[in-house]
Design a protein around this ligand. Sequence first.
Ligand code: 9WN
Length: 443
Amino acid sequence: MVRRLSRAEVAEQAAEVLRGNDRGSLTVAAPRLYPHMWSWDAAFIAVGLARMSASRALTELETLFAAQWGNGMVPHIVFSANAPLYEPGPDRWAAQETSPYAPDHAATSGLIQPPVHALALLRILQAARGAGAAERRDVAARARALWPRLLSWHRYLAEQRDADGRGLLMIYHGWESGMDNSPRWDEPYADVVPDPGFRPFRRSDLEALGEQSQRPTDADYVKYQWLIEELRQARYDDELARKSLSFRVADVFASAIFAAANEDLARVGDELGLGAGDELLGYAARFRRGVLGTTDENGFAADVDLRSDRTLRTKTLAGFAPLLSGGLDADRRRRLVDLLHSPAWCGNPDLAYPLPPSTSPEAPEFDVARYWRGPQWPPMNLLLIWGLERSGEHDAADRLREAALYQLTDGVFAEYYQPFTAHPLGSRPQSWTAAVALDLAAG
Ligand code: 9WN
């Protein structure tokens, strides 16, 4: 029998995890498997840290954005020195040698991850309201200094990742979605054919975790590594990448996050007395339309393979994207929330907790243990909770919040969970899981 922690114990132990993974000005995503800073992890971590200290939470975003590229891109990994081996490491990316935009003071990857950062910044400012006057003033001043970097990140995404203005972000790699081996990408990956002479590198992930059945397969990994090679050959140049890469997909979930992030960044800008509100709300509207344009009769959204222009209708939790971006009419929003509660998702009778699996148990690709192909991921629960709240679906948000917190009362803070047995999987303790636990426990 697992001993269940009280809400206060969850908060206490989660804070302990974040302190243990804190390296001063950044929190590593996980001590062994991911010993560096990851972009969207950092945003979730900041949301959790804000429950302890708004000032320290802001430091997390400052560290990430200090590694921003000259063209506004925020890299998906910022490498820390003297960390255990992680492949692909800085040598593989060779960012500084390859792109004029890469910063010279930080080693980074050359990909992006979903833009959750403005959602985090808004929450940091909200947390700062409860702090003393000196911290409040300090956080506001630093947020004002950071804000132009978020604006240039959003401009990069709108201009370079949606060059034709359809309101959907183009990604160059499954890693850019943050849902690496999700069935969302099976079809586009079928067209990725590594050069026969290409030598893939070490599976540091398997060495750290020792559990092959919970990670992407070797066949997946060769493609992941090959795409980095292609991107490096394109010199991380977006114009070239848009034409040449063998993986180019419109990511509907990241696009919905981006719509929400533009609204939140506009709100932060307003609060801090900064401009660009119209521009940001314009992006929000464009991406809201883009997401809605992919939906079916239930409001369930789809990705698009931009090389073949095929719509990718897989049953993954990315389909709930419109809850985040908004704009569904009341009928379809009702149907989408009903779908979320149906046996295909949270209402599945075999689930240990009524939380959305990353892939529907009714989908042929569903796998109980393998990474993004079935397990439940705490930060995704939080995103859906936020989406339901944004959509005015407060009862549904509360139900999800309660189940999400209960799952984390096992005190393990695992990367992901087996949906039928609630068994903790992947790396542990995982920082963003602890951060989500802290946020949920704070209520
Ligand atoms: C590749 C850090 C990251 C998360 C991703 C998750 C996983 C990396 C990996 O770990 O991706 O970026 O090595 O598998 O899929 O969402 O940000 O926690």
